[in-house]
Design a protein around this ligand. Structure first.
Ligand code: DI6
Ligand code: FE
Length: 381
């Protein structure tokens, strides 16, 4: 973990100017304003690199149906699922979306999160997707937090397409993506590659279009079945492939070769009572970097605690404390293409960090439902 005991951190103009043992702090900082953290631990500001935070309403009723025995896929096929969140988002104006999403963002921030990725995908027409992305950007002006937006047009087939997936992909490629790229509303492009969503061939068309707009890609891959989404993402040099419960060894090897980060999402696994675990051992064996994220969304992971997410990654998947902590900092930053800017405490990076009232780093992963945050600093503030 690169732990430094009796450490010091110096900040100038919103950037880390020094990070290391206090004994090595350059004399130039002697006259700077100094804050004694009282022996607490400092980590990089946490990064939640996979969320669907902007949505309207919730799906508590579907949760009740699932408790009565209905499956996530059965609810989706019966017109519930993602499509019910699409109806709600289309009916909400941007201000309502912002107001409903802000408490979720605040819950993340309260646990030391300084950067959040937010996906669209509940609009599924050009105007509604743009409304969602613009609501996400707006959240970043209301709070001191970094927001990265991802266009997830290929999330589900909207009802007005009458089952015509090819025509919907046409719309994404010729209408939605150009409009979103022209307004600079997305930092990346994502898709849902799954039997209940889109095939690898359909996703490839979206990725080809993303490439022409110069946007990096990510993929919801191999969550419910193995359509070789991880390998597909890797073949496009994706920043990340996410979920990955059903990924095989060839997929893991391809990700390692491409430098594609594996984003592990235990919240969805837990909430839909999935039994197939992501192949953590294969990711370790092949040296695939692993991030950990909430997947905060109304259908499969109504989770807004990155601390609890780390506990789930450790308890459910056997990830180590070091893997969990790197997964919400260094590797999460890389999954957003921001590894050069945030995610570690190094001179030159943005001064985003969290100060914790804990005796050892493992406490951040070990506790369930307890928040030891002492202070959160973003850009030096
Ligand atoms: N995979 C998920 O787990 C979420 N989206 C996706 O592509 C589910 C989103 C939802 O059910 O609303
Ligand atoms: Fe997701």
């Amino acid at each position: 973990m690169g732990l430094i005991e009796r450490g010091a951190l110096a900040v100038r103009d919103g950037r880390i100017a020094f990070a290391g043992p206090e004994a090595e702090l350059p004399a130039a900082f002697a006259c700077a304003e100094s804050i004694d953290c009282g022996g607490r631990w400092i980590t990089p500001g946490l990064v939640d690199c996979h969320t669907h935070l902007v949505y309207a309403g919730n799906r508590a009723h579907e949760f009740e149906l699932r408790l009565e025995g209905a499956s996530y896929e059965a609810i989706a096929r019966a017109g519930g699922g993602i499509v019910s969140s699409v109806r709600a988002l289309r009916a909400a104006d941007e201000a309502t979306l912002v107001a409903e999403s802000l408490p979720r963002l605040d819950a993340l921030i309260a646990e030391g999160v300084t950067t959040v990725e937010i996906k669209s995908g509940y609009g599924l027409d050009t105007a509604s997707e743009m409304k969602a992305l613009s609501a996400a950007r707006k959240l970043g002006t209301l709070r001191d937090v970094g927001i990265r937006t991802t266009f997830l047009g290929a999330h589900a087939l909207p009802p007005e397409m009458n089952g015509d997936k090819a025509a919907f992909i046409d719309t994404i490629v010729t209408d939605m993506l150009p409009a979103i790229a022209a307004k600079g509303l997305a930092d990346a492009v994502d898709g849902f590659c799954e039997g209940i969503a889109f095939s690898p061939q359909e996703i490839a068309r979206v990725f080809d279009a993303a490439r022409t707009h110069g946007l990096p890609v990510k993929l919801h891959a191999d969550q419910l079945s193995n359509l070789h989404g991880a390998a597909l993402a890797a073949s496009y040099g994706a920043l990340s492939a996410d979920h990955l419960e059903h990924t095989d060894e060839a997929g893991a090897a391809a990700m390692a070769k491409a430098g594609t980060v594996a984003v592990i999402l235990p919240g969805a696994f837990y909430f839909i009572r999935e039994t197939k675990k992501p192949p953590i051992d294969l990711f370790r064996k092949h040296g695939v970097a692993m991030a950990v994220s909430t997947d905060s969304n109304p259908g499969t992971s109504p989770l807004t605690s990155l601390l609890l997410t780390m506990n789930m990654a450790a308890t459910l998947f056997g990830m180590t404390v070091e893997e969990c902590l790197a997964g919400v900092t260094r590797e999460a930053a890389r999954a957003l293409g921001l590894g050069h800017e945030i995610g570690t405490l190094e001179a030159g990076k943005q001064a985003d960090f969290a100060v914790w009232s804990i005796g050892r780093p493992a406490e951040l992963v070990y506790r369930i439902g307890f928040n030891p945050l002492f202070a959160r600093i973003r850009g030096g503030h």
